[in-house]
Design a protein around this ligand. Structure first.
Ligand code: PLP
Length: 388
């Protein structure tokens, strides 16, 4: 085998599709995360202990086989009270989004999302069509239902709605989702329920009567299996047939499928973790009230805080204390906003204590409202503190 030297290296003249050149790139800031991870909305603790037990039993021979998805799909479908033809396991919801775009979008079609929301919608949709319509939430960051509904037209072919939404934690009611699906019978409507467990409301029972509705769920969050990459799409058998066609038969690896099966069996563990988050979320919101930090009420395992001009300084001060936060300032309408993930009890305690110290250290002044005169004053003071 010959090794190319530096002088042999040539630039490729082949170019990708125009859509690939134009599409945005998603580079999550994943480097150096050996700290308390309150930045990515992952489970901060562990999956069911049965998962590690199963991993320890994996044999070398098992690794030589192509994965078989169907038995795990049967198990998950039975758990949801559905037929296995209505469930497609995917390589995380990330792949689920990608498959939705591949299955439903022609280059001339429109896709509809609201912003701010999960960035991968943008990436996968832009790969298929330049006609991505974004409806921006107002300053309350609630779902802009009326304007969203009004943006549906005969070219709309794919609609994605996250409930609870990321990074806001806001929800979309079942009535609103059904109104959207009914207003666009010619479009596939994907409801991203990645944070379902922390909220408890779902439109899963509506897939029988609303044929264009598809629900996406992940095992990355409450189940704590983000590293194994497992998500799913749930819908009518007909819709799932199209999605299965565009999916690789081996999209989820066998180790992940095995672990998924045992994780789903341990519902007591899942209930414990979800309860930790619900209690922790209340504690976090109460703690933020005490600190004078404004935030958006959240139905998910994170809270979006309004920090203002000192957002970067806060993230840096927290990192110094071994705690990671996610600066969301670059998201549309989120300038000055920082997101904190809710973990188990001890993680919330550490998060709150570090927040108190960090806010003091950076000389942050409390905000009293979202747009009051006092708030303007605090913003100016925070701006000045940053410039010091
Ligand atoms: C709304 C939303 N959907 C999907 C995902 C990705 O899920 P997965 O890990 O299953 O790809 C995330 C991850 O942060 C998310 O916030």
């Amino acid at each position: 085998m010959s090794v190319a030297t530096k002088t042999d290296v040539k630039t490729a003249i082949v170019k990708p599709r125009r859509a690939v050149l134009a599409m945005p790139e998603y580079h999550p800031p994943l480097a150096a995360r050996e700290a308390l991870r309150l930045d990515f909305n992952e489970n901060t603790f562990a999956p069911s202990p049965r998962v590690l037990d199963r991993l320890k039993q994996i044999t070398a021979e098992e690794l030589t086989k192509y994965p078989e998805r169907e038995p795990a799909e049967r198990k998950v479908a039975a758990h949801l009270g559905l037929d296995s033809s209505q469930v497609l396991l995917t390589n995380g919801v990330d792949e689920a989004i990608h498959l939705m775009c591949c299955a439903f979008l022609e280059a001339e079609d429109e896709a509809l999302i609201c912003t701010p929301s999960f960035f991968m919608y943008d990436v996968s949709i832009s790969m298929m069509t330049p006609h991505l319509v974004k409806v921006q939430a107002d300053e309350t960051l609630q779902f802009p239902f009326e304007r969203f509904l009004a943006a549906i037209n005969e070219r709309t072919k794919l609609i994605i709605v996250a409930s609870p939404n990321n990074p806001t934690g806001a929800t979309v009611s079942r009535a609103e989702i059904l109104a959207i699906a009914n207003a666009a019978p010619h479009a596939a409507v994907m409801v991203d329920e990645a944070y379902f467990h922390f909220h408890g409301e779902t439109v899963l029972s509506d897939i029988a009567t609303t044929p264009n509705l598809i629900v996406a769920r992940t095992f990355s969050k409450a189940y704590g299996l983000a590293d194994l990459r497992i998500g799913m799409l749930i819908g009518s058998t007909e819709m799932l047939t199209y999605l299965r066609k565009v999916s690789s038969p081996y999209n989820v690896n066998g180790v992940a499928l095995d672990c998924l099966t045992v994780a789903v069996e341990d519902q007591a563990y899942l209930a414990w973790y979800v309860e930790q988050i619900r209690i922790g979320r209340e504690r976090m919101m109460g703690g933020l009230d005490e600190l004078g930090v404004r935030y958006f009420p959240s139905a998910a395992n994170f809270v979006l805080m309004k920090i203002g001009p000192l957002h970067k300084e806060l993230v840096t001060a927290m990192r110094k204390r071994g705690i990671l936060l996610r600066d969301r300032s670059a998201d549309p309408g989120c300038d000055g906003y920082v997101r904190i993930t809710i973990g188990v009890e001890d993680h919330v305690t550490r998060g709150l204590a570090a927040l108190k110290d960090s806010l003091e250290e950076i000389g942050w002044k409390a905000m009293h409202g979202f747009s009051t005169a006092e708030d303007q004053e605090a913003t100016t003071e925070n701006q000045e503190a940053r410039e010091l």
